[in-house]
Design a protein. Structure first.
Length: 284
């Protein structure tokens, strides 16, 4: 684990159905789909741990018990492979389990990402916290030692002490899949957010700077979420709450370094699989 960057808690909204991966996701949470041999959600938790966060909160819905089992002991299996050459395959998950505490909160109704984050309030309390959307898989810029996206945001939080979101430029025709921001560049790749809009059509999008699933949020976001009305898709959107926050306080958007795969789409999932097979799995 790297040195602490001051933020201890990270939320993982994980209540969605994963319809794009049916039938694979009929009886299995989409967060458990593996990129090579590791479930998507574990990559996310490892990224949080690398950024110094050890209090991990999952916002889950029905049918997500496999996530809880994944981060728990499996005595039968461990007994079976103890002392064999296969034990090494458990190294990464054991490290995560030994380093983190896990909290599970149930989102009873699927009312949107903003609502999922609000469901996490009892675990967060009044401290700044992170959010990872595990569908967005972020690889380090170059060597394994480099910080991935969340670590980069957490390091910036130390300096700016405000809510910070990760962004990436996307093709203009894809804006309707993302939250889109506009703002002033105040330092290299760092924007002071002026406006943000959830899933605009290209003709309505202010820019092509898309929000990626990594956020550092200050706790006043909960008050804004409580006041947020349903927006795009009739859901309570974190983007709308952040837009309101940006009117009152500083909110930054940062072009993070490294590669990001949209594992919520089949194409992105395959790209990530090939990338991790070549760059991580094969070289082990
Ligand atoms: C969510 C957010 C959106 C963001 C995206 C990143 O949308 O609402 O602002 O750009 O994640 O992946 P979703 O992909 O869950 O529809």
């Amino acid at each position: 684990m790297k040195k602490s960057l001051g933020i201890r808690k990270c939320l993982f909204p994980a209540a969605g159905y994963g319809t794009r991966f049916l039938p694979a996701t009929k009886a299995m949470p989409k967060e458990m789909l593996p990129i090579v041999n590791k479930p998507l959600i574990q990559y996310g938790v490892e990224e949080a741990l690398e950024a110094g966060m050890t209090q991990i909160g999952f916002i889950v819905g029905r049918g997500k018990r496999a996530i809880a089992d994944h981060f728990d002991n499996n005595y039968e299996l461990e007994h079976q492979i103890k002392g064999t050459s296969k034990e090494k395959y458990l190294d990464d998950i054991r490290n995560v389990m030994d380093s983190c505490d896990f909290v599970f909160m149930r989102q009873r109704e699927m009312l949107g990402l903003g609502h999922a984050i609000l469901t996490g309030e009892p675990m967060i309390g009044t401290e700044p916290f992170a959010v990872i959307l595990a569908d967005d898989l972020c690889a380090a810029p170059t060597e394994e030692d480099d910080m991935k996206a969340l670590g980069q945001l957490a390091a910036l939080y130390q300096r700016y002490q405000c809510s910070i979101i990760a962004i990436e430029e996307v093709p203009m025709e894809d804006t309707a899949s993302y939250g889109i921001i506009s703002g002033e560049e105040i330092a290299d790749g760092i924007y002071q957010v002026r406006d943000m809009v959830e899933k605009p059509n290209p003709e309505d999008a202010p820019t092509n700077m898309a929000i990626i699933g990594r956020y550092i949020l200050t706790p006043e976001i909960f008050d804004y979420l409580r006041k947020t009305k349903p927006g795009a898709n009739g859901e309570i959107q974190i983007t709308d709450a952040l837009r309101a926050l940006a009117q009152d306080r500083q909110v930054l958007a940062v072009k993070f370094k490294g590669r990001r795969f949209d594992c919520g789409s089949v194409e992105g999932f395959i790209e990530a699989t090939n990338y991790y097979y070549e760059n991580s799995y094969k070289s082990k």
